[in-house]
Write a protein that binds this ligand. Structure first.
Ligand code: HEC
Ligand code: HEC
Ligand code: HEC
Ligand code: HEC
Length: 501
């Protein structure tokens, strides 16, 4: 009986949904506000507070991304990660995403960006700023894209000082949606897709997010500057030439022999997935029905006679009445339960894949210790590389379990298969070298896992705190002096991190 009721409810909902989806297009007509858009001064457009007097509602809702302030230490939550990323920055520090208000500060605070002492010290390249601030396109337009992508991260510490804001998604003269990061159009063209300018309005409501919520790598590019100096840039590039799929990107990387790092324990040449949120979303039912990121994450909000897009980008389950109920008929509670069940299904496969991959790394290290050669481990390492890529692709954009449930589960199943193939091979190799009773050590807490992968956490934190007390402070002083930063816009931005709360 319960199921019959559910079925009837679902059928009614589907009919209603079809109606609503067609009305997505009708919303085009409601966008009148922008026709009379005032011009925000060119020189100050990267400071979002300069837009507030013209667009107070969008500004104040944008500012509320400050409320998404919880630090969730993923290495604590899923300790396997510190094994999977041994020898790579992510094994030091990795948190779940927070509100856009913190994007820039979280990048500065991450132990991954280290503790530079001047503009030339490492460890990371300038490219690491790319999806954090509207100052990035400002520098690209001022210095040229290749110059921007050349040098160490600290080179632009005093320039890139405003977190994700209006000028990342809007043109300051017309107010319309716009993107100023050249890598997006290049990627769309490489995939045979229309550029941003040629895309439909509904697709632009996805593509503004796809400037950042995508998979990418740093492409090494040799160039010569105007003074004839030979330089090497690391250019943010999206691996879309074989299509926007996990397999397409994997082939792209394999064809150019690319790896992000060599795994510290298993010596496997690894790939790190970034966050293919847009790509995965496109495989899901909502994208296929023409629903865009903004429909759920920036729902229309009525304030008196004025209707505007809520700019508080957050988890839409917090705003279900405006984000979901415009299309769905089941109760909020029922819909939320459906979403939660999707999460649980994903999490079960997620844990299995991580456990098997982590054990494959540790067992490979053991085989090396017992005398196994690179030749004997070649096929095993290929399984590990491919499996970890697929696992990471499925989960690196955390909510893909909701945006694209089938694709997420498919990738996790394939990842698990690869990990098991590696482990089967390892049983034979280990036995050949006389090891028959090896059991991988316990990595069930962040501390244990980081110890196994050799992360000197205390030293990293101490060095970071020193950087924060010195060079970071200089950056803000310089930025204020040069008119690029208003300290008020950084209010309370730096009170939480994985190492102080
Ligand atoms: C300029 C790059 C950039 C653009 C453009 C961008 N994002 Fe983000 N987004 C980020 C980064 C970086 C984070 C993580 C910030 C952090 O953890 O400090 C993030 C975090 C988020 C979060 C998590 C918020 C929370 O409170 O947990 C959501 C949701 C989100 N983005 C959605 C979107 C949507 C939807 C769009 C397009 C309308 C978009 N983003 C456009 C870079 C971007
Ligand atoms: C991550 C991208 C993003 C950022 C950052 C952003 N917007 Fe928007 N904004 C959008 C999207 C998407 C829409 C919906 C546009 C549409 O469908 O035409 C929108 C719509 C608008 C509109 C049109 C009216 C409305 O509410 O739908 C105005 C005005 C606007 N934004 C102002 C701002 C201001 C001011 C800021 C900074 C405080 C800002 N936006 C930051 C993506 C963004
Ligand atoms: C049909 C509605 C819907 C659409 C469309 C949608 N999302 Fe989401 N998104 C959600 C829901 C629901 C969650 C939270 C799932 C959960 O974790 O419980 C979420 C979570 C997120 C998060 C993580 C937030 C966090 O704090 O962990 C990001 C980032 C995000 N979405 C980005 C995007 C981007 C980018 C697009 C477009 C390419 C998009 N979303 C399209 C509903 C949607
Ligand atoms: C603009 C309309 C629209 C909005 C907004 C929307 N949905 Fe949907 N949703 C759809 C359509 C259309 C389908 C596909 C139904 C079908 O055709 O069978 C769907 C399907 C679903 C499904 C089943 C899909 C699957 O993968 O199993 C879930 C769950 C769901 N939506 C949850 C949500 C949640 C939660 C929100 C708000 C965060 C939301 N939707 C917002 C239109 C929408």
């Amino acid at each position: 009986m319960k199921y019959k009721l559910l079925l009837a409810g679902s059928l009614a909902a589907i009919g209603f949904i079809s109606l609503m989806v067609s009305s997505v297009n009708a919303r085009e007509a409601e966008r009148v506000e922008l026709a009379t858009a005032p011009i925000v001064a060119e020189a100050s457009k990267n400071k979002s507070e300069e837009w507030s007097r013209y667009y107070p509602r969008q500004y104040s809702s944008w500012k509320k991304t400050k409320e998404g302030d919880e630090i969730k230490d993923m290495l604590k939550d899923k300790s396997q990660l510190a094994i999977l990323w041994a020898g790579y920055g992510f094994s030091k520090d990795y948190n779940a995403p927070r509100g856009h208000y913190y994007a820039l500060q979280d990048n500065v605070n991450s132990l991954r960006t280290g503790d530079p002492v001047d503009a030339k010290s490492g460890p990371m390249p300038t490219a690491c700023w790319t999806c954090k601030s509207p100052d990035v396109p400002r520098i690209i337009e001022r210095d040229g894209e290749l110059e921007y992508f050349t040098g160490k991260w600290a080179k632009y510490g005093s320039e890139i000082v405003n977190s994700i804001g209006c000028a990342d998604c809007h043109d300051n003269k017309t107010g319309v949606l716009s993107v100023r990061r050249p890598h997006l159009d290049r990627a769309l063209i490489s995939a045979g897709l229309p550029t941003f300018a040629d895309s439909t309005h509904q697709e632009k409501r996805n593509l503004v997010c796809a400037q950042c919520h995508v998979e990418y790598y740093f492409k090494k590019t040799e160039w010569t500057d105007k003074d004839g100096v030979a330089k090497v840039a690391k250019v943010v590039t999206l691996p879309w030439a074989n299509g926007l799929t996990a397999e397409g990107a994997e082939k792209y990387y394999n064809d150019i022999g690319f790896s992000d790092w060599t795994h510290k324990l298993s010596k496997t040449p690894m790939l790190k997935t970034q966050h293919p949120g847009y790509e995965l979303f496109k495989t899901g039912i909502h994208a296929q029905k023409g629903v865009s990121c903004a429909d759920c994450h920036m729902p229309y909000t009525q304030e008196g006679a004025v209707k505007y897009s809520d700019h508080q980008l957050q988890n839409p389950l917090n705003t279900m009445d405006r984000s979901c109920m415009t299309c769905h008929r089941e109760s909020e509670k029922t819909l939320e339960e459906i979403v939660h069940r999707k999460y649980e299904r994903k999490d079960q496969l997620h844990e299995l894949a991580m456990d098997n991959l982590a054990k494959a790394h540790l067992e490979t290290a053991k085989a090396m210790e017992a005398g196994a050669s690179d030749e004997e481990l070649k096929a095993i390492r290929e399984h590990i590389r491919s499996g970890q890529w697929k696992w990471d692709y499925a989960v690196a954009s955390h909510p893909a379990f909701f945006h694209a449930p089938e694709e997420t589960l498919r990738l996790l199943a394939v990842a698990n298969e690869s990990a098991m193939n590696a482990r089967l091979g390892l049983v034979a190799v280990l036995a050949k070298h006389g090891v028959t009773d090896y059991i991988a050590p316990d990595f069930s807490t962040k501390e244990k896992a980081q110890k196994l992968s050799g992360v000197p956490l205390e030293n990293l934190v101490a060095a970071k705190l020193k950087f924060k007390a010195t060079l970071e402070q200089e950056w803000y002083k310089t930025a204020v002096k040069n008119g690029n930063l208003n300290m008020e816009s950084r209010k309370d931005v730096d009170v939480k991190s994985s190492f102080y709360r």
